[in-house]
Each structure stands twice: as structure tokens, then as C-alpha cells.
Design a protein around this ligand. Structure first.
Ligand SMILES: Cc1cn([C@H]2C[C@H](O)[C@@H](COP(=O)(O)OP(=O)(O)OP(=O)(O)O)O2)c(=O)[nH]c1=O
Length: 234
């Protein structure tokens, strides 16, 4: 098993015309998102939001609502930092979770949590949601969107589970499993986006960048929630 960027899913990714003259700032510490951005051909620098951006429980929040909110909060934190530094940039932030039988599955806390997550996913259809936020610091505007990909996980045998847990490839991955890890456990149902599963829906990102002027809304200073009219096309 590998965790490399030499996979088919890193090929032929769209690279959109940018809506502003600001440099792209990838607001994420995810190596997968950086690999996808590089593979598509975007020039960018990286700034990482603090762990506090991924907190604040909302009762009865759905998976798509949660990833939209977290993507917005990550971008907002970086925008605040850049504004204080009198810096400008077109921030791209994202958040990914899996969702299975009503449970939202984020990054596993430890090996035990990874094991229980994988036992839940074993043999089941489930969804991966990624929220993406594009935020122009210069124009004080942003757009948030969510993409859903439906997947099927093969039944995982005890030896397969033990071997995979030993690889530690589950670390830092929503749902405790990497679609890109080089085995055939997961298959996408229908024509869902592979890049969405790995952390950044490159096709939708290109659409958001191309149509930023018409989609983006003025940012409400100090708000920690995505804007009401933001697109949420799951
Ligand atoms: C479902 C799935 C997720 N992932 C990864 C993508 C994300 O890095 C991670 C989900 O965690 P996130 O909290 O979305 O992102 P992150 O903590 O890695 O980075 P940041 O908060 O700085 O943006 O899971 C895979 O690599 N493969 C997969 O198949």
C-alpha cells in the first residue's frame, strides 16, 4: 500500500482561471490537498488554521452542514490573520468527513478509534463530504460549497484490518481510510469525484473559481458561520 501522488486520481485535474490578482493561499495542512493543488497546476503557498477552527458542536448538525462550517471557519481564521498582517490572498480551505449509518466519521483519535471506524464502514455504503471555501481577502468576499461522493467499502476481514492498522496509513484521514492508499477496498458509486474523497473536489473548485464573481458573497466580519445564501450542492 502507498500514500503517493502518482495515482490516476492525480491526473487530468482542472486548473481554473483565477478570479482576482491575489496569490492563492491553501488554508490547509493536509498533504493530500497540497498534492491535488500541485497536480492541477495551481501556484500556492500554505497557511494552516488552528485546531480551534474545527470545533464548536451544533446539535443535530448534518455532515454537509458541518464540513461547510469548518471550511468557512478555517478560511475565516486565516483571512483574519492575513488582514492583521496587511496581507492579501485568495484563500482555499476545506474540511472532509465520512458519514455512515447516521454517524459522522472524522479523523481517528488513535488506533482503537481507527479500528472501530473501519469495523463500522466494513461492507457498507457510505458518503464522503468535503466542504470547500474560497475567500478573497482583498474583496472581503467568499463562497462555500459542499460535494458528496458515495462509496462502497468491501467487507474487511480480520487479517486485512490488522494489517491496515499496522501501516498507520489511517492517521489523519477522515473515516480512518485513504482512498488513495493503493488497495481496492473502496469503490466510488456512480460518477462521484475522487479528488473530493481525498480532501478537495478539484472539479467543483474550478467552477467556484471561474464563477467566483457571481457566487461569492460579502463576508460578515466576525461571523463564524457560512453565509446563508452560500451554495450547498450535495
Ligand atoms: C476520506 C479520506 C480523507 N482523507 C484526508 C483528507 C484530509 O487531509 C483528512 C480530513 O481531515 P480535515 O480535517 O478535513 O483536514 P486536515 O486536518 O488534514 O487539514 P486542515 O484542517 O489543515 O485542512 O482526511 C484522505 O486522505 N483520504 C480519504 O480517502
Amino acid at each position: 500500500m502507498t500514500d503517493s501522488n502518482d495515482l490516476p486520481l492525480m491526473q487530468n485535474l482542472p486548473c481554473a482561471r483565477l478570479p482576482t490578482d491575489e496569490p492563492i493561499v491553501l488554508g490547509s495542512g493536509s498533504p493530500r490537498r497540497a498534492q491535488l493543488m500541485t497536480a492541477a497546476g495551481y501556484p500556492f503557498t500554505v497557511q494552516v488554521a488552528s485546531d480551534e477552527a474545527e470545533c464548536g458542536m451544533c446539535s443535530r448538525e448534518t455532515a454537509p452542514e458541518m464540513v461547510a462550517r469548518y471550511a468557512y471557519r478555517k478560511a475565516a481564521e486565516i483571512a483574519t490573520r492575513m488582514t492583521a498582517d496587511k496581507d492579501t490572498g485568495l484563500i482555499i480551505a476545506a474540511d472532509t468527513v465520512a458519514s455512515c449509518v447516521g454517524q459522522i466519521l472524522g479523523k481517528p483519535r488513535d488506533q482503537e478509534h481507527a479500528e472501530s471506524t473501519l469495523r463500522l464502514l466494513s461492507g457498507r455504503r457510505h458518503d464522503v463530504y468535503t466542504g470547500v471555501c474560497v475567500w478573497s481577502v482583498k474583496h472581503g468576499k467568499c463562497v462555500v460549497d459542499v460535494v458528496r461522493t458515495e462509496l462502497m467499502m468491501k467487507p474487511i476481514s480480520e487479517p486485512m484490518l490488522a494489517d491496515y492498522l499496522d501501516t498507520m496509513l489511517w492517521e489523519g484521514k477522515a473515516g480512518a481510510f485513504g482512498y488513495q492508499d493503493g488497495n481496492d477496498w473502496l469503490s466510488i458509486i456512480g460518477d462521484g469525484s475522487e479528488s473530493n474523497v481525498v480532501g478537495l473536489p478539484m472539479e467543483r473548485l474550478a467552477e467556484l473559481l471561474e464563477n467566483f464573481d457571481s457566487l461569492a458573497e460579502t463576508v460578515i466580519t466576525g461571523s463564524t458561520e457560512p453565509l446563508g445564501q452560500s451554495r450547498r450542492n450535495c
